[in-house]
Structure formats: structure tokens, C-alpha cells
Design a binder for this molecule. Structure first.
Ligand SMILES: [Zn+2]
Length: 131
């Protein structure tokens, strides 16, 4: 397992933009179709916007039409963690960075082959590195 990164609230606030802080530390959601990476089609790696751990490859990104960057699989089984989320009267599965615990988005069971999963991830939680 990767080494865990832990910082205080003040340290995260100093490190992140207000939008990144809201999404990643307060589990916010950016407005649909506003994220800069939603329509990014370049080859490369999507890293955690907080700790820079690699999370998703462009090879698994697909057009979901949901308004957020969508992937059918994370980079590896230990790149992200999944937690049941019962907020807002819904039952969803939250996805967090396994390294620093940042909120990334949610995973839904309506994705394409080969996994059938849709990792719906906020642009604000990601940092893209072009290949
Ligand atoms: Zn992270």
C-alpha cells in the first residue's frame, strides 16, 4: 500500500485552491460540464490534485455525457478507496485518493466494458500530466 499522507486542515487550505479544497476536503461537487478536464482527450496520466499520486490513465477515460471526467477503472486497486456514501438520501459509493484521502467523486455500476463501472471524478480533484 502507498504511504498515507496526512495534513492538517490549515495545511490543506494553504496548498489547495478554494475550489480544490471545497471538493477534495469538504466532499463538494463541481458543477457539471464546468471542469477543465471533462473533455480532455490527450494521452496521459491523471494524478491526485492534492498529493500527485497517479490515479487514472487516459486509456480508461470515456465519454459518459454526465458532465464530469469519467473512467471505467482506476490505475490500480490500491490507487483509490471506495466508501459507501448515504448523504442526500441516496446510496452511492464515494471514491477517495488512497494516498491522501482526498474526495474524488463517485463510482456507479453503469459504465462500459470491460468493468461496467463509471468512475465519475471531479476535474478539481485531478491534475493531468500529458504524455
Ligand atoms: Zn491524493
Amino acid at each position: 500500500m502507498p504511504e498515507k499522507i496526512q495534513k492538517t486542515d490549515a495545511e490543506w487550505r494553504a496548498l489547495l485552491t478554494p475550489e480544490q479544497y471545497h471538493v477534495m476536503r469538504e466532499k463538494g461537487t463541481e458543477r457539471a460540464f464546468t471542469g477543465v478536464l471533462t473533455n480532455n482527450h490527450d494521452d496521459g496520466m491523471y494524478h491526485c490534485g492534492a498529493c500527485n499520486a497517479p490515479l487514472f490513465s487516459s486509456e480508461t477515460k470515456f465519454e459518459s455525457g454526465c458532465g464530469w471526467p469519467s473512467f471505467y477503472a482506476p490505475l490500480g486497486t490500491d490507487a483509490v478507496e471506495e466508501h459507501e456514501d448515504r448523504s442526500y438520501g441516496m446510496r452511492r459509493v464515494e471514491v477517495t485518493c488512497a494516498t491522501c484521502g482526498a474526495h474524488l467523486g463517485h463510482v456507479f455500476p453503469d459504465g462500459p466494458k470491460p468493468t461496467g463501472e463509471r468512475y465519475c471524478i471531479n476535474s478539481a480533484s485531478l491534475a493531468f500530466e500529458k504524455k
